[in-house]
Design a protein around this ligand. Sequence first.
Ligand SMILES: Cc1ncc(COP(=O)(O)O)c(C=O)c1O
Length: 406
Amino acid sequence: MDIIGKEEKEALLDVIESGYIYRYGDFQNPNFKAKVWTLEQDFAKYTNSSYALAVSSGTAALLTALWALKIGPGDEVIVPGYTFIASITSIIFSRAIPILAEVDETLTLDPADVRKKVTPRTKAIMLVHMLGNPGHLDEIVKIAEENELILIEDCAQACGASYHGKSVGTFGRMGTFSLNIYKTITGGDGGMVITNDEDLYKRAFAVHDQGHLPLRQGVEQGNRTVLGINFRMNEFTAAVAGAQLKKLDYIKNKLKENKKYLKSILSTVKEIKFRKILDEDGDIGTLLTFFMPNREGAETLAEKLGCTTISKSGWHYYNNMEHFLNQSTVTDEGCPFSCPYYKGGPVKYSKGMLPQSDDLLNRAINIGVGVSDVGLGSNYGITINSSKEEIEVRGRKIVELIRSSL
Ligand SMILES: Cc1ncc(COP(=O)(O)O)c(C=O)c1O
């Protein structure tokens, strides 16, 4: 977002001058720039996956993946209680049942709690690589394999991240990304779905475009086996996102460098504990997160910084999802996620149901490094363009405020 400039402008002009603004066009006509198609090829290459599909948002990407994977009525999907609401609502709008699980000090799914939440009705695990940090991939992949579960990776906040050199989104059956304005690269809005499975790619394509197979050229009829919807990306979005993708390595390296420097300054305070990063090289570095020793200190610090603890930030924490809490999956009439096919007892969602996550998030402070988002409580920090001197000044200020809040 902070580095949108000349390249994006040129790519947009390209589209306007071409006369093709829809993803489909005449590949024989040199005027057609095929920005969506090109983005898909480039994204697949970047993530080293066989197929990439561009869609209209990260939420659309999740729905496309869930529907392509035939996750539906009565299926339980394990999802963390610390994630953006879309991870949960995409499960609900698939008529499946979100089963909330704890996060640990990585702020991603706690494998021990995932194991506890597996039942005979579990169909999938949705691992969310929260705040740019890849989750416990070794353990979660193992749990999925042992229990014959589908693994979906919600990489909305982790575009560019990897685990042991392999892109996030390629460990499970499908990976999804968001290109909204709070993400490492953006198209204003938009999303991507990746997979290594050709059949799944074709199903996903059909889901996102009214049941069609890749790549229709016009209005085709007949031979459609999948009911789809319209989650298509247009050429303008892809033009910007494509130009941004070319900058992703620069963005990633800069964020990591800045974060490392800021972290070294904050590390002088021994009382705070940094969020556990499982692979420092693979972390995308958009936020620096640490835990204060107690909730009171964290709240005092947040007030001084003019931000909030993570638990008081927006819709990324289940306790703040008022429209979702206090409903049950089976019994509530008219509730969008009541499911007559569900064979388990009513699943209730209530405040305080994930005590481990509550304790961590009550004490957690997010300092923005590349993402300044009130919704993440990170409306304080540095930007990708901050100089070393600026980071130093800001870092020292944060240290001073932490010390006075302990
Ligand atoms: C973890 C997570 N999943 C899904 C989404 C949904 O993405 P979008 O806003 O592009 O629909 C977001 C967006 O913030 C997210 O953070």
